[in-house]
Design a protein around this ligand. Structure first.
Ligand code: URA
Length: 436
């Protein structure tokens, strides 16, 4: 049997629902990366996985093959190196606050982040609203940042998990993104390339997230945790609510400003609940001898003393960002309630779309981002509101048509009722509480 027929046979086996071996999966991934396996064959393989699924073993083999398709960050000692990943949400600026907070607590965080995907914003896009901020650190520069600052947030380099970079592009255009084994291997092949000693995942569910229901999020969380553990990295996850935007702002520059304000002590409660829980979990994972009280006071001190804020400024400076003088759009508009009542819902989906329409997110991969636009939410779900009272401030673009399209989404984003809604907790499940 020829080389090519062998690869075809492996694709057919998955198509017919058989379980693949580690060497079969390794072979397909290495042939794909070298160009010996055609894109149309890999798309067919992705579709076979989409319909047939993968066992936990196969998912781990696929993740490992994708991880080994590229480089991993090398540390002389990775004991204090930790990693965090969010599956993404609207207004999710947790990393911008958490990464310097963890560094202020003594952990080392070389965070490789991504760009916006669909309606969910990307940490790199947000950071690039700081003039000069570099998101293209080389592996040596990442090591330098860890040595001198203790943290950095930068983009995935071309030599990190190249199999994922190639495969994700195919999945995006072949309808095979929403597959648990493919999402798991995609996320973890990049995260494990940071070579962390511990990994914590924030899996979001709701209308502003990739996973629409809590059940879907739980399935993904189980797959991510299981695969991380199989590949030898203690991995845990938190499942959090994304049925309303996280924090007070959605955009790019305004989210950076909110992250700074949060570390100055003015953090929005739901946002800070997640930040503190993730910080708590990672500190506990890194050193299981620490008591809960000690960890909680360490986090509070790092915020209240200004140490975490100082770390954020150090990180921005080290990555050559200059914050002074940068301002969001001065063209602003406030949206008001058309009747009195209680805010029953604020749709992250509509707000996410509005920010894309304003130019704060991408409708295609090559589109430039307008960092100055966005939305500031002036009320939260559950608040009473009077007729004519403002609930949203929009930071408009210079393009009237874009603004009009955004406003169409925003006018439907609020839902008013006659009585207060029942509120859902921002953290649905913290799997640390089961495992510790
Ligand atoms: N994020 C990723 O990095 N990969 C996926 O497949 C989905 C979300």
């Amino acid at each position: 049997m020829s080389h090519r027929e062998n690869s075809l046979r492996i694709i057919e086996q998955k198509r017919d629902g058989h379980e693949l071996s580690e060497s079969q999966i390794d072979r397909l991934i290495s042939e794909f990366v070298s160009g010996d396996l055609h894109d149309y064959q890999m798309s067919a393989f992705a579709m076979a996985i989409y319909f047939r699924g993968m066992s936990a073993e196969e998912t781990a083999y696929l993740t490992s093959a994708m991880l080994r398709s590229g480089q991993t960050l090398q540390w002389s000692d990775n004991t204090n190196i930790v990693s965090k990943h969010s599956t993404g949400g609207v207004g999710d600026k947790v990393s911008l606050i958490l990464v310097p907070l963890l560094a202020a607590c003594g952990l080392l965080v070389p965070k490789l982040s991504g760009r916006g995907l669909g309606i969910t914003g990307g940490t790199l896009d947000k950071l690039e609203s700081i003039p000069g901020f570099r998101t293209d650190l080389s592996t040596q520069e990442i090591r330098n940042a860890i040595e001198s600052v203790g943290c950095c947030i930068t983009g995935t380099t071309a030599d990190i998990a190249p199999a994922d970079q190639k495969l994700y592009a195919l999945r995006d255009s072949s309808g095979t993104v929403p597959s648990i084994p493919l999402i798991t291997s995609s996320i973890l092949s990049k995260k494990l390339a940071e070579n962390p000693s511990k990994l914590l995942l924030d899996v979001k569910y709701g209308s502003g997230a990739f996973m629409r229901t809590a059940d879907q999020a739980q399935t993904l969380a189980v797959s991510l945790v299981d695969t991380g553990q199989r590949l030898g990295v203690p991995t845990d996850c938190v499942i959090t609510d994304m049925n309303q935007p996280l924090g007070r702002t959605v955009g790019n520059l305004i989210e950076i400003q909110e992250a700074i304000e949060s570390l100055e002590g003015g953090g929005e409660p739901r946002l800070m609940t997640i930040v503190k829980q993730l910080a708590f979990d990672l500190l506990q994972m890194a050193d299981c001898q620490l008591t809960d009280t000690y960890i909680a006071s360490k986090i509070t001190n790092a915020i209240e003393s200004g140490a975490a804020l100082q770390k954020l400024h150090e990180m921005i400076e080290h990555q050559q960002g200059r914050l002074s003088g940068v301002k969001p759009s001065s063209q602003r508009l406030e949206l008001t309630a058309d009747r009195a009542g209680y805010i029953n819902a604020i749709s992250p989906h509509e707000i996410g779309w509005a920010v894309i329409e304003l130019g704060g997110g991408r409708q295609n991969k090559t589109q430039a981002i307008d960092h100055s636009v966005g939305c500031e939410i002036l009320k939260t779900v559950g608040d009473p509101i009077q007729s004519g009272e403002s609930w949203l401030r929009v930071f408009l673009s210079n393009d009237a048509q874009r603004n009009e399209r955004a406003l169409k989404h925003l006018r439907t984003a609020i839902n008013l009722g006659d009585s207060p809604p029942s509120l859902t907790p921002v953290i649905l499940e913290d799997r640390r509480s089961h495992s510790s």
